[in-house]
Design a protein around this ligand. Structure first.
Ligand code: XLS
Ligand code: NI
Ligand code: NI
Length: 436
């Protein structure tokens, strides 16, 4: 046991003061016809939870994630598997996400890295069978190694491009072996620093080609779910190509990848792009492209990807509002989040997941209440009522001509004002439903 002092975390309700209990996440509670557990397929991010130990630009590790072994060894990699499964089991988290190099230390030679991946995935598979926990999605880390300094699919070097392809191929194999339904691309360094040295069109075509090859190979190997793009506007590159949901959707359509790909929307990436989390969820959902979620949050005072555990219940409420309206996710809620550097103990890792799972449970409860209350839906319905009959209906049916509309306007002389947006009233409805 790696967390001997931590019991299995149970639901004790909102009155409980036990820090190692859920206050709101009650897996069997039914909301709008499904249990909380079904609504909220939570996933552990291998990289943050088992690898990241607090190093930042100004200081080294604060947390001990050696799990009793020397870091960088296969012994350590195996200990992480056992620790990770104990962690997930104690919390009732049923899924995990990983990069290839989160689960093994990368060797100098890719053939040795692949051998290590075979060895570790045997162990993970064994633990999956024992616990019922599964892989949500896998991915290849195409940004950490110096060879990717100019990108992977977007690299100027064809040899580096081949290494990216080799890593993607192996990461797909491991994902399939671990029962993962989905495969993800996050374009960490797929972007540019300056146009003075960059052919954007050339790079985007190459990225699309790599994705097409991945789909072709992945479908043959058994990726049954979706391929994902995870948009992010910047960091590490100054300008990333998958800037936001709208940009990524345009890219996927342009290159004919939109049937196989959906989006993995990360809260902190949406806000870095100057949007709300809800905005990028809506854009994905209305295009039928909402696949999965990286459930974290940023800091409005800081301009980078702080990857905090979600606690803002307004945000989780609006997220779950979009998800419920969409009919649920075929992916899951991956906590791509890390403890703050001074929260360095193993208990802190559990507190963080309890916080996040409770925040999403509250979001779910609230979103269902907002939908059941119906005032927001009714307001929106009413707001566009002028398109239900007469000239509005004609516009919607696509039969109207510009001359006809101009003629209509001419007869009116001047339109009445379009009706109040009632934002403050609607915000007070939200507060009333949440706290009333
Ligand atoms: C980084 C990304 C990354 C992806 C997986 O900002 O969020 O962690 O989720 O490569
Ligand atoms: Ni992410
Ligand atoms: Ni991120």
């Amino acid at each position: 046991m790696y967390f001997p002092d931590i019991p299995v975390i149970k639901y004790e309700g909102p009155k409980s003061e036990n820090p190692l209990a859920f206050k709101y996440y009650d897996p069997d509670r039914v909301i709008m016809g499904k249990t909380m557990k079904e609504h909220l397929p939570f996933a552990m991010a291998w990289w943050h939870n088992l690898c990241a130990a607090g190093t930042d630009m100004f200081g080294r590790d604060t947390a001990d994630k050696s799990f009793g072994c020397e870091k960088g060894t296969m012994e350590h990699a195996h200990a992480k598997v056992d620790a990770g499964f104990e962690f997930m089991q104690k919390l009732g988290v049923g899924l995990f996400c990983f990069h290839d190099v989160d689960i093994v230390p990368e060797a100098d030679d890719i053939n040795e890295t692949n051998r290590r991946l075979d060895e570790i995935s045997d162990h993970i598979l064994e633990k999956e069978k024992e616990t019922g926990i599964k892989c949500l999605w896998g991915t290849a880390n195409l940004f950490g190694n110096p060879r990717y300094m100019n990108g992977a699919g977007s690299s100027n070097s064809a040899d580096v491009y081949c290494f990216a392809a080799a890593q993607v191929k192996k990461a797909i194999d491991v994902t399939v072996k671990l029962g993962g339904r989905h495969y993800l691309f996050w374009g960490g360094r797929e972007g540019y620093e300056t146009l003075l040295n960059t052919d954007v069109k050339f790079e985007q075509e190459n990225i699309a080609a790599l994705m097409r090859m991945a789909v072709e190979y992945g479908r043959r190997q058994g990726i049954k779910g979706d391929f994902y793009i995870e948009p992010k506007p910047k960091e590490p590159t100054k300008h990333q190509y998958d800037f936001d949901a709208a940009t990524a959707i345009g890219f996927l359509r342009q290159y004919g990848l939109d049937k196989d790909f959906k989006l993995n929307i990360e809260a902190n990436h949406a806000t870095l792009a100057g949007h709300t989390f809800q905005h990028d969820l809506r854009i994905s959902a209305m295009n039928g492209m909402l696949g999965s979620i990286d459930a974290n949050q940023g800091d409005y005072l800081l301009g980078w990807d702080t990857d905090e555990f979600p606690y803002d219940v307004y945000e989780t409420t609006m997220c779950m509002y979009e998800v419920l309206k969409y009919g649920g996710l075929t992916g899951g809620f991956n906590f791509d989040a890390k403890n703050r550097r001074p929260s360095y103990t193993p208990e802190d890792q559990f507190y963080a997941y309890i916080l996040a799972m409770d925040a999403y449970a509250l979001g779910l409860i609230n979103a269902a209440k907002l939908i059941e209350d119906g005032r927001i839906d009714r307001f929106i319905e009413e707001r566009y009522a002028s398109y239900k009959t007469g000239i509005g209906a004609k516009i919607r049916s696509g039969e109207a001509t510009l001359e006809e509309l101009a003629d209509y306007a001419g007869k009116l002389g001047a339109p009445a004002l379009p009706g109040s947006g009632r934002q403050e009233y609607l915000e007070s409805v939200v507060n009333q439903v949440l706290f009333g």
